[in-house]
Design a protein around this ligand. Structure first.
Ligand code: SF4
Length: 229
């Protein structure tokens, strides 16, 4: 399929979500794929709201991008930012230390729970559908991901409109439309999360190799996209 055909298909999916699944919201982590979807939402389905999770541990480049997105799209796309519950965060850090996520998978998942999973639940409350920028090629855990699925954990529909896009498609769209993106992508960070849990990768390494690099591949999700089995 050509990129033009893929763009038209995503525009169609977004319009359908806007019309049939209102209120719907797009979870932007401000990654390259999320910039593509932000642009397509602004152009084709502005009734879909956009939010982002500020974990408090993001890279400076990510905050710069957030400001740039606000400048570029203004009122057209307003990103609502959700923050962790201060009491839960304070307790976790006081009890375990500021960088406790390096000490065990359980402490890492607890950190993601407070900084990402709980704020996500608040962001999705009252919504009929949510949208992500995930692609099948990004990780072994995403290889069979459909464009539309029921998210039983959160009790709503979940859409992954870029599921079949390649990395090349994403960058062709970004460059072709001159839209903003995270400066870290130019420093070999294909997948960007929290600063202490993300590093750059070598040429030929898996695109998710820079996330939680000290852990086993099969468990490398932050809890935002985990399915009950
Ligand atoms: S990615 Fe790292 S810093 Fe960010 S919430 Fe998860 S464990 Fe905490």
């Amino acid at each position: 399929m050509t990129l033009e055909a893929k763009i038209a298909a995503v525009a169609g999916v977004l319009k359908r979500i806007q019309d049939e699944f209102s209120p719907a919201t797009f979870a932007s982590s401000l990654g390259a794929e999320d910039m593509v979807l932000t642009d397509l939402i602004a152009k084709h389905a502005p009734g879909i709201s956009v939010f982002s999770l500020d974990t408090g541990r993001l890279n400076p480049e990510t905050y710069e991008l957030l400001a740039k997105v606000q400048e570029t799209y203004g009122k057209q796309v307003e990103i609502k930012v959700y923050y962790p519950q201060p009491d839960a965060l304070q307790q976790y850090v006081e009890h375990n230390g500021i960088n406790a996520f390096y000490h065990s998978v359980d402490l890492r998942k607890a950190c993601c729970g407070i900084r990402k999973v709980e704020p996500l639940k608040r962001a999705l409350a009252g919504k009929t559908a949510w949208i992500t920028g995930m692609r099948r090629q990004q990780a072994v855990t995403r290889a069979n991901m459909p464009v539309q699925e029921h998210d039983a954990d959160h009790g709503l529909e979940k859409f992954n409109p870029l599921a079949d896009w390649t990395e090349k498609d994403v960058w062709e769209y970004i460059r072709g439309n001159g839209i903003p993106y995270n400066a870290l992508h130019d420093k070999h960070y294909p997948s960007i999360g929290c600063a202490p849990c993300t590093r750059n990768i070598a040429v030929g390494e898996d695109v998710r190799a820079g996330r939680w690099w000290w852990e086993d591949e099969s468990g490398k999700e932050c809890g935002l996209h985990v399915k009950k089995v």
